[in-house]
Design a protein around this ligand. Structure first.
Ligand code: 4DW
Ligand code: GAR
Length: 206
């Protein structure tokens, strides 16, 4: 099996990166070939090195306010490594149309809510305040908008009586760690997930 060459972009602790690394095995249709962080010295880079994967910091701060210059450097690096698909995992820089266009159809993200509910930050407190009894996470294609691209898969978690944002975050994170490898595998395996924009529910708990 030829495995898709995947880059994971992170900004911090990298627990989703860890889940993607841990899911690699003989039947896994992806290979994480490099991990890039926009912040140096974060735990996620150590996780990559621990797994024997190249880990690099390309710091956005080095490029001042010029987002596109940062993205050009990132793009050139990924192309040099022959990357075929980019997975954002807690990557906290908004990507401009330059990068999103260059990687259209090859760029995915995980978000800690059941999109289209609660895009942006503070998703757990907002989910609790809404009174919803179901929360969860989504893996989606990245488009120019923030948290708006077509949904690849979602996993639901219950809201419990007396929940706090931290408790809901911890429950959601466990679901993320199941959902992201499932969705990345489906996308890298080809049909049917990569063939259209229709939302497809991945039941990560089966
Ligand atoms: C996301 C959205 C906004 C910010 C950070 C993360 C979610 C995922 C994502 C990352 N990059 C993206 C997406 C996306 O869905 N769509 C696109 N690019 N096009 C955010 O507002 N970040 C700010 C900085 C935060 C920081 O450095 O701490 C920012 O100014 O970029
Ligand atoms: C995860 O909960 C992920 O869904 C969230 O950041 C966390 C990263 O944790 N992403 C977003 O909020 C994107 N809008 P990790 O570094 O431990 O994977």
């Amino acid at each position: 099996m030829t495995r898709k060459r995947v880059a994971v972009l992170i900004s911090g602790r990298g627990t989703n990166l860890q889940a993607l690394l841990d899911a690699q095995g003989p039947f896994c249709p992806y290979e994480i070939v490099v991990v890039v962080s926009n912040n140096a010295g974060v735990a996620g880079l150590d996780r990559a090195r621990e797994a024997g994967v190249e880990a690099v910091a390309i710091e956005h701060r080095a490029f001042g306010k010029d987002r596109e210059a940062f993205e050009r450097a990132l793009d050139a690096f990924l192309r040099d490594r022959n990357v075929e698909l980019v997975a954002l995992a807690g990557f906290m820089r908004v990507l401009t149309s330059y990068f999103v266009g260059a990687w259209a159809g090859k760029l995915i993200n995980i978000h800690p809510s059941l999109l289209p509910s609660f895009p942006g930050l503070d998703t757990y407190a907002r989910a609790l305040a809404s009174g919803a009894k179901l929360a969860g996470c989504s893996v989606h294609w990245v488009t120019e908008g923030v948290d708006t691209g077509p949904i690849i898969g979602q996993a639901a978690v219950p809201v419990m009586p007396g929940d706090t944002p931290d408790a809901l975050a911890a429950r959601t994170l466990e679901a993320e760690h199941l959902l992201y490898p499932a969705c990345l595998s489906l996308v890298c395996g080809g049909a049917p997930l990569s063939q259209g924009p229709a939302p497809i529910l991945v039941n990560a708990f089966l």
